[in-house]
Write a new protein. Structure first.
Length: 148
């Protein structure tokens, strides 16, 4: 039986905003999916789009997180942005290596991603918690069927 959880979400990873937590969980889920695929010795055609999707989602997440931290007046935003840029650069290099050499470099990439994400979430992201603006909850209009 193959292991399906390479990274398990822990309560200590929560940054106190459900939208950011869901994004972090989605990234960990993408890494877990890549791990499961890698265990099955998949081909280039399977791994390549997964790596590209992970990279795209990560860059989008970083952008959104940085905007929130800027809005919240996080005083060490530049250090946080540099950490994000370094992960994106390193991940792109590993993905490019995989794409050009068509070798299964996913094991090294998975180990790197697991270490980076867990350390980043429990380290830098936890430092930012007080500067994340509160979520804006949008009330949904009641519909007649909601009352039945």
């Amino acid at each position: 039986m193959r292991q399906t959880q390479y990274i398990v979400w822990k309560d200590e990873y929560s940054v106190g905003r459900s939208d950011m937590d869901r994004q972090h969980q989605a990234i960990l889920s993408l890494i877990n999916r890549l791990y499961v695929a890698q265990q099955g010795q998949p081909g280039f055609a399977t791994i390549s789009p997964m790596l590209e999707g992970l990279l795209q989602f990560t860059v989008t997440h970083f952008s959104q997180e940085e905007r929130l931290l800027e809005k919240g007046g996080y005083p060490d935003l530049e250090r946080h942005k540099k950490a994000h840029a370094e992960l994106a650069r390193s991940t792109r290099m590993m993905v490019q290596q995989f794409l050009t050499e068509k070798e299964d470099a996913t094991f090294n990439l998975l180990a790197f991603l697991r270490k980076w994400w867990t350390q980043h979430i429990v380290g830098l992201d936890q430092e930012c918690k007080p500067y994340l603006p509160p979520e804006v909850k949008v009330a949904r209009k009641l519909r007649p069927n909601d009352l039945v």
